[in-house]
Write a protein that binds this ligand. Sequence first.
Ligand code: B12
Ligand code: SF4
Ligand code: SF4
Length: 217
Amino acid sequence: MTFAALQKSARARHLSILGGFHPDAGDDVPQACRTILLLGPDEPAFWPVYQDSPEALDGAPDPMDRWSRRVIGAWAETLGAQALYPFGGPPFLPFYSWALRSGRVHAAPVQFLVHDTAGLMVSFRGALALQAHIDLPDSPPSPCQTCAATPCVTACPVAALTPAGYDVPACKAYLDTAAGQDCLTGGCRVRRACPVSQGFGRLPAQSEYHMRQFKGA
Ligand code: B12
Ligand code: SF4
Ligand code: SF4
């Protein structure tokens, strides 16, 4: 089983392997796991396919998390792997730390995660814990190294998300205002300001789904 073959299988499920790592004793991963692969939506193909799924149409809560359990869970079974999810807590599995371990994802100046192709729009639907050692491609450097303008630092209209931290109540309060409808329906302006995010193909409707979930949380 090669990384390329697994990436092809991920894409067939409208997912993408955004990074991976070979765990050591310090990583909080399942026993006997030799490779962790982090899975995110394959953009822009993911959203229209998800919208036609039974989970998106049945009106029950947490449709995207249920979609993830079904699709990633079934794939893991065929691989003899364990499926792991970023939701379902607390306690939560340490996806933020795992993302950093992959070397494909870095902490942006505003602390959110930034990926070499997804930018600040990076997000995870789950992970596969495999017993096999899968050779992983080399990781490119962080895009922040060559981003002189750092637009993420000043993009939040109410300075709720800056290098000083994330003021969640201030962010949510802004989402309730008329001016905040742009963040609510189009996605966080900080995440959108990143030039790497802009080339990723995340659809505004998908951002709106997540922003409404976040606002209601
Ligand atoms: C709780 C949580 C939140 C909380 C608190 C965030 C926080 N301060 O940590 C709230 C509700 C505020 C939140 C909001 C959002 N979150 Co959130 N969140 C989580 C969640 C479920 C658990 C985090 C956790 O406690 N992990 C357990 C600890 C023990 O392990 P760890 O994560 O490795 O711990 C590290 C982090 O906590 C990190 N850390 C410490 N302080 C901070 C502060 C910030 C701002 C961040 C990002 C990280 C961070 O340091 C720890 C050690 O390395 C993770 C998924 C996960 N399972 O990790 C997503 C996750 C971090 N969130 C994510 C996302 C997408 C969002 C939203 C953008 C959702 C949306 N609307 O689309 C929003 C932000 C709204 C916006 N402005 O756009 C993504 C990452 C996105 C990114 N590019 O960074 C994750 C990985 C979920 C996913 N499925 O991909 N989230
Ligand atoms: S805007 Fe620039 S500094 Fe900010 S996360 Fe994106 S690449 Fe990094
Ligand atoms: S969603 Fe809007 S208010 Fe909240 S952190 Fe992002 S830019 Fe700021």
